[in-house]
Design a binder for this molecule. Structure first.
Ligand code: AMP
Length: 427
């Protein structure tokens, strides 16, 4: 089945040819005709399956060309700024032979500049829910919206955007088409779908919460304190050129960053404490292979589209089993092979069972020579190990504070005074 047979029109066929797309992926084969028929859709599609083109191509075809007399005609909501940018860039590529205006509205960017762009007229908006809400409160007109897309709806709900979505939806015209895409099939998503979809067509391209078939998965058992060394060893000995590493918390991402730097590995970090500009810069450097390792937390994992990414390493298991699916979905994209390696200590050996239950398959376990777990460590030591690592962190902080060389600068004093004022007022 070709894109042509799916009914995709010439300007789009030319554009995707330039992008090197030869055949539609499964989600594209199933979604494109339905979107063209103006049906509502509920699709469970994992990242990397080609879902962006699955909704963007038929939307562009529906809109045909810019209508200067109309307002916004399509709204695409996505959970993160990174994913929004990815969608925006994809749509720019798809619409290069069309006359269509697309605007991106994400937080962290000058809202006035966005308003000026909106005043010039736009056909498509790609936005994060919070920022779209802000524009709507300032009078953004939504009465001409024909298509409303919720991309990675499960993630949006996990990130607390349910209220925004529920507030945005009634402000759309009664008659519009809604396309809901979600990587997982959670109860929350099901509830939302009942609220916003009308007689939807269901598309399930992958089994519930399964990982993509082309990904080889393996878990190496290792002691907690040897994880960083094992990771550096794997990257070096197996010559990993570009590897994405996931940690559970921002603190362990920072610690791992320091460790890997010591090993001479060029790495970057993406997590919630980094500014958006910084996250984008790091991602760009990683994509350009100026960084060999990218350390990320789960919140940052969505929306990272890195082509041909061959390796994902779970340095720690995610706190939510579903995030394992999102993490490993960063590799093996669009039918390519990928490898997902998970490092599990004695405690995670038990936690990984929840993930195996969710994905409906066993992840093979192995050990790496020289990094075999100490058989004397037992699971009941969990609290002791936790305490020890917390103690280590506290001790580090203490050393930093006590440093006699650290002088109080005038600027620091001013900030401290300001802080005190705020505390007083808040109290
Ligand atoms: P997505 O799931 O939309 O994030 O797409 C994942 C990756 O697959 C992106 O890099 C797309 O450019 C690419 N892609 C999407 N559709 C196709 C296709 N039909 N053929 C080849 N690559 C594709």
């Amino acid at each position: 089945m070709s894109f042509e047979k799916l009914g995709v029109f010439k300007p789009l066929l030319d554009a995707i040819k330039d992008l090197g797309y030869e055949n539609p992926t499964t989600i594209q084969k199933r979604a494109i005709p339905l979107v063209l028929q103006k049906k509502d859709i509920f699709a469970t599609a994992q990242t990397g399956t080609g879902k962006t083109a699955a909704f963007a191509l038929p939307i562009l075809q529906r809109l045909k060309k810019s209508d200067k007399n109309a307002g916004v005609r399509a709204v695409i909501l996505s959970p993160t700024r990174e994913l929004s940018i990815q969608i925006y860039e994809d749509i720019q590529g798809f619409s290069k032979y069309m006359d269509i205006e697309t605007t991106i509205l994400v937080g962290g960017k000058d809202i006035e500049k966005q308003r000026r762009k909106l005043r010039c007229g736009t056909d498509i908006i790609i936005a994060t829910p919070g920022r779209l809400m802000e524009h709507m409160l300032q009078g953004l007109y939504m009465e001409d919206v024909e298509v409303f897309v919720l991309d990675e709806a499960d993630r949006m709900l996990d990130m607390g955007f349910a209220k925004d979505i529920r507030e945005i939806h009634p402000l759309l015209p009664r008659k519009h088409q809604t396309l809901l895409f979600s990587a997982t099939f959670s109860d929350k998503v099901r509830k939302l779908s009942k609220l916003i979809l009308r007689k939807p067509a269901f598309i399930e391209t992958a089994k519930k919460n399964t990982t993509v078939d082309t990904i080889n998965q393996i878990a190496y058992q290792v002691d907690t304190d040897k994880k960083a060394a094992l990771l550096a060893y794997l990257i070096g000995s197996r010559n990993f050129e570009q590897v994405l590493v996931f940690t559970r918390t921002k603190a362990s991402a920072d610690e791992l960053f320091e460790e890997l730097q010591k090993d001479g590995l060029k790495c970057g970090i993406i997590h919630g404490d980094k500014t958006k500009a910084n996250r984008l810069k790091t991602l760009k450097q990683f994509k350009e292979k100026k960084l060999r390792v990218l350390i990320a937390t789960d919140i940052a994992s969505r929306g990272l589209d890195i082509e041909h990414l061959p390796y994902v390493i779970n340095y720690e298991l995610p706190s939510i089993p579903e995030d394992y699916v999102h993490r490993v979905g960063r590799t093996g994209r669009a039918g390519r092979e990928g490898e997902a390696i998970t490092l599990i200590d004695i405690y995670e050996k038990y936690e990984i069972r929840d993930i195996e239950k969710l994905i409906g398959q066993k992840i093979p376990k192995d050990v790496v020579e020289g990094f075999e777990p100490d058989p004397n460590i037992r699971r009941k030591d969990i609290d002791e190990v936790k305490l020890k690592s917390e103690h280590k962190r506290e001790a580090k902080k203490f050393v930093k504070h006590k440093s006699p060389e650290k002088k109080i600068t005038a600027k620091a004093l001013k900030t401290a005074k300001k802080k005190r004022k705020t505390t007083k007022r808040d109290g």
